[in-house]
Structures are given as C-alpha cells and as structure tokens.
Design a protein around this ligand. Structure first.
Ligand SMILES: Nc1ncnc2c1ncn2[C@@H]1O[C@H](COP(=O)(O)OP(=O)(O)O)[C@@H](O)[C@H]1O
Ligand SMILES: [Mg+2]
Length: 326
C-alpha cells in the first residue's frame, strides 16, 4: 500500500525521485459514449487527490477530448496530441494544473484529425512513459468503442474500470467491451505465433474451428501447446476488470452489477470485481455546467458519497506496482 503524499511537499519529494516506485495506471472505459466515463474519472481523481495522493488524469479520448472542460481548464497549448505526433517527448511538459491540490491533467486537445491514430508500439511506449511519471496514480479517461487503441490503454494498465448504465444498449456495449478486452488480453499474453493466430480466429464468433467459448479456446490451445495453455489460465486468473454502474435509479438496477459479474464468471471464467454504483443525480449536470467535479460542488449528495466509497476501494487496491509486458 502506498502512502499518500503530504500535499505539494509530497509532490516535490516524488518529483525528485525520493520514491522510485512506478505510478499506478488505471483506465476507465466502457464501450459506449455518454455512460459517465469522464464524470467517473474526474470525480474519482478529485477524491483520491484530496486524500493526499498525487494524481494525473489523462484524456485518452483523442477524438472527443473534453476532460479539461470538466475541470474548468482551458485547452492547453500542449497536449497528448503533441506526444502522439512526436512534437513533444516530455510528458511532464504536458501536465497542467487543475486547481485541485495534487491533481494535474494531460489533456488531448488540438488532435490533428488527419493524423493516423498511434500504433500499438507507440501506445505501449506512451503507457510505459506514463508509468514513469513522478506521481502515485494515473487515471486514463478512455473514448468509446473497442478499437485496439482503446483496449491497449485498458489492458496495459492495472485492473481497469468498466463503466456502464442500466440500459440495454449500454449493457450490450459493456459486454462487447469485456469480450474485446478478454480476447486482446489473451492474445497479447501468448508468445507463439500459432497460438496467437488461434486466439485471433476465436475472436470471430462464427469461426470455422467451432471455438464458441473461452473454455473451447483453452482446450484448443492446450492441444497445440500445453505451456501456452498454462499461461492462458494464469493470465485469466490475474485479469480482474472492475465494474461500475452509473446513473442508477432503482434497487433492481444496482443488482445488475452482480449479474454482469456472474456472466463474466460463467462465460469467460473471469473474476470481475463489482466496484460499486453511482445513482442518477441532477447535480451531475449542474457540476458539468459549473466545470467542477460533483464531489466539490455537492460534496454531501448521495452520488458524491457513492463516488467516495468507490474511491476508497481504488485507494485500497493501490498496492505495489506490477509492470506487465504487452
Ligand atoms: N450519475 C449521473 N447522474 C446524472 N447525469 C449523469 C450521471 N452520469 C453522467 N451523467 C450525464 O451524462 C453526461 C455524459 O457523461 P460523460 O461522463 O461525458 O460520458 P462519457 O465520458 O462516457 O461519454 C454528463 O455530462 C452528465 O450530464
Ligand atoms: Mg468522455
């Protein structure tokens, strides 16, 4: 468990290298736009920073960058887009203050819409550089969809958070997101070309080999290469996506988190964690309009209380960093 830094003095001690441990990296995704990924990221970050941890929020949504707005930060002159376009190498130069102690932002404004998205190796380079930032926690606010660009940020970090709403469309997208995360995670952790090719085949739900479930896939891998089979099972054991339901209005909707967790277990053999829920609250929109986190605008509303409860769980999970190869 890492200790919170003592305000700005803590920031300075980390920045001078007194604490050499790598930053923890947690991505917030969910497949669908508008489910509250940015809202959750901004409020968890503000809560965790107020607990004394040094936090950096990264706007990972190059095509729909808006995290800066939720902090009332004007589009900064330098952003992640400059790193991606190789115009700026030094990530610390991209960090801007948010006005909240211990909390800084790497925005994603001024993306060149004509530029190609960063490739896999460029993304892995970015993630390893984020790990080296002199902070305790990096929270990445992801864009919508299940494109490899989104999934890499989700997978290379620590156990990512999947945000969804209790609506069929959002649930459907959350399952697609979990499915894409599962297969990409498994493919990246396989070492041999033939087994990777098998996982790629399995990603097509109508594949000709008849692989319909992760259990079918594991059987096929074990036939081909037992040591890869063992690695597959071990990766599965360590992969624990965290589920967060946002915008709930009824007690039944809260239970959906348990249903999704059961589906993860029975279908993928995945032990997802139900991190918690946040209720629908008219104050959320108000806070976005005020360009400040809800936990600051209405610290005593139910949604702020639930967000703080979730933030405490995230803080508890900030054990020593384990850096995994992609
Ligand atoms: N718990 C909530 N209660 C009420 N409105 C919410 C809640 N969560 C999100 N919203 C509304 O949904 C909008 C979209 O949220 P946002 O975080 O931008 O989604 P995403 O980043 O997933 O696209 C917010 O601006 C806010 O108005
Ligand atoms: Mg967003």
């Amino acid at each position: 468990m890492i200790e919170p830094s003592a305000g700005s003095a803590g920031t300075a001690s980390r920045a001078t290298g007194a604490a050499p441990d790598a930053a923890r990296l947690i991505a917030v995704g969910g497949g669908k736009g508008g489910v509250g990924k940015t809202f959750v990221t901004v409020n968890l970050a503000a809560t965790i920073a107020r607990e004394g941890f040094d936090v950096v929020v990264v706007d990972g949504d190059l095509e729909g960058a808006n995290t800066h707005t939720c902090f009332g930060v004007p589009p900064p002159p330098l952003s992640l887009a400059d790193f991606v376009a190789n115009r700026e190498e030094e990530l610390t130069k991209l960090m801007v203050e948010t006005g909240i102690p211990n909390l800084r932002l790497i925005a994603a404004t001024h993306a060149n819409l004509a530029a190609a998205q960063p490739g896999h190796f460029q993304r892995v380079r970015l993630l390893s550089r984020l790990r080296q930032l002199p902070v305790d926690l990096v929270l990445i606010d992801l864009g919508a969809g299940t494109h490899p660009a989104v999934m890499d940020y989700f997978l290379v970090g620590d156990d990512g958070i999947v945000v969804f709403c209790p609506e069929p469309t959002s649930m459907e997208n959350a399952y697609s997101f979990l499915r894409a995360a599962f297969y990409r995670r498994m493919r990246l952790s396989m070492l041999t070309h033939s087994v990777r090719a098998l996982v790629t085949q399995a990603m097509d739900q109508r594949n000709e080999r008849g692989i319909r479930t992760p259990a079918d896939l594991l059987r096929e891998i074990e036939k081909l290469d037992p040591s890869e089979g063992g690695r597959f099972a071990e990766t599965l054991r360590r992969f624990r996506p965290r589920l967060l339901i946002n915008d709930v209005r009824t007690a039944d909707e809260i239970k959906l988190g348990f249903s999704v967790r059961s589906v993860c277990r029975s279908y993928f053999g995945l032990e997802a964690e139900y991190l918690g829920y946040v209720n629908h609250d008219a104050g959320v929109r108000e806070s976005v309009v005020a360009r400040r986190p809800l936990v600051d605008v209405h610290p005593n509303c139910d949604a702020a209380v639930y967000l703080r409860r979730i933030a405490r769980k995230v803080i508890q999970s900030l054990g020593p960093a384990v850096v995994e190869e992609a």
